[in-house]
Design a binder for this molecule. Structure first.
Ligand code: GLU
Length: 374
């Protein structure tokens, strides 16, 4: 969809495009901490023009915790979940009012990571969102902060946005924040920092550019946006990171014809069947580092076995979808048969010369439940 060109050619000439919009806290909360109703109306107007052109939109918004602080200023961020519980109704009401003003109906959709855990739950969550499209209602999604377990939560809505974009087969994902996009340096320290307008591949150099000081009030920062973009483009979703505070930014990006924000060019791994789409969408935060021999074997369609595992990062349970990496490159996503604790125990045994077969009796990841990314 216009991805090979330097300048995005836009979507308005296309008949039917599905778009996922992620709105960061710093886009809709003013510097003084209030809800920016003018911005909400601007978003609603842009969504209306997309809808009038026959396109479908999923909106993911942060801001529940910040809205909670408006209503309960005495509560500190230690009470994050309580603040989210207080703020989510205000956030939702504000969206509802702004969207109603342009004639659009919104509906709240709170999701937790566990809603993607099994294939069945993922199918249910995806079907619910499809129901919104059929009903002509704009789903306004946020993480269900109140019930999210800290080891299981999305951590930031960027990751949730990538998951949903893949799950609903979106064509475009917009991650709107308080930065013009990915910059060549930290604008607080480097006056010459420039916008990187196109990224064809997320590599170590791109990750290095994600200074933590960029995008401060959201939880994720720039690195989580770039990681989300990487996940989405693997599944064929063209992704933008842009400054959501600019007027009618959504429409401007999607109209194409000008350089706005950073565009991550999609590099689909081929036709995704439903199982592969689930694997792509539901990737959690676990990572398995493997040696080059194991990486080659995976690329040849083999399963991942314990001898090839060098290290593990993050938390996961049997059945979680994890990332497999080698030499700093992501090789695949796959459904793992063991927990992080089991694999740590096996690695300890491996290093002390013991038999890992005591803990690991089958493949770490079976090839039928793996998708190779490169
Ligand atoms: N779900 C959180 C909220 O609504 C935001 C997480 C994030 O910063 O992305 O406040």
């Amino acid at each position: 969809m216009g991805c090979a060109t330097k300048i995005f050619i836009g979507i308005f000439n296309y008949k039917f495009i599905r778009i996922v919009l992620k709105i960061g806290t710093n886009v809709i909360i003013t510097p003084k901490g209030g809800l920016d109703t003018g911005k909400l109306l601007d978003i609603a107007q842009d969504v209306l023009s997309l809808k009038n052109s026959g396109h479908e939109v999923v909106l993911i918004t942060s801001g529940a915790v910040a809205a909670g602080k408006i209503l309960a200023p005495a509560l500190s961020s230690v009470h994050r979940k309580v603040l989210a519980a207080i703020g989510q109704p205000l956030l939702m009401k504000s969206y509802e009012t702004s969207f109603k003003a342009v004639g659009l109906q919104t509906g709240q959709c709170l999701l937790s990571k566990s809603d993607f855990f099994s294939r069945e739950m993922y199918n249910n969550a995806t079907a619910s969102l499809t129901g919104f499209f059929e009903a002509g209602v704009i789903p306004v999604v946020n993480e269900n902060d109140v019930v999210a377990a800290s080891s299981l939560n999305f951590g930031d809505n960027d990751s949730l946005a990538a998951m949903l974009a893949i799950a609903v087969k979106a064509d475009v994902l917009l991650l709107l924040t308080n930065q013009p996009g990915l910059l060549s340096g930290d604008p607080h320290k480097d006056k010459d920092a420039k916008l990187i307008s196109v990224v064809t591949r997320v590599d170590k150099e791109i990750e290095r550019l994600c200074s933590k000081t960029m995008s401060e009030s959201g939880r994720g920062g720039m690195i989580s946006k770039v990681k989300a973009a990487q996940q989405a483009v693997f599944a064929g979703v063209t992704t933008f990171i842009a400054d959501g505070r600019e007027r009618h930014i959504i429409k401007r990006i999607l109209e194409g014809g000008e350089i706005v924000g950073t565009r991550f060019i999609s590099c689909a791994v081929g036709n995704l069947n439903e199982q592969k789409r689930w694997l792509m969408a539901s990737k959690g935060f676990g990572q398995i580092i493997v040696d080059s021999g194991a990486a080659d074997a995976l690329r040849q369609g083999k399963s991942l076995l314990m001898p090839g595992v060098l290290a593990i990062k993050g938390f996961f349970e049997p059945g979680s979808i994890v990332e497999v990496a080698s030499g700093g490159e992501i090789v695949s996503y796959g459904k793992i048969n063991y927990s992080d604790k089991d694999l740590q125990a096996a690695l300890l045994l491996k290093h002390s010369g013991g038999s890992v077969k005591v803990v690991i009796k089958k493949e770490v990841i079976h090839c039928d439940y793996m998708i190779i990314l490169k």
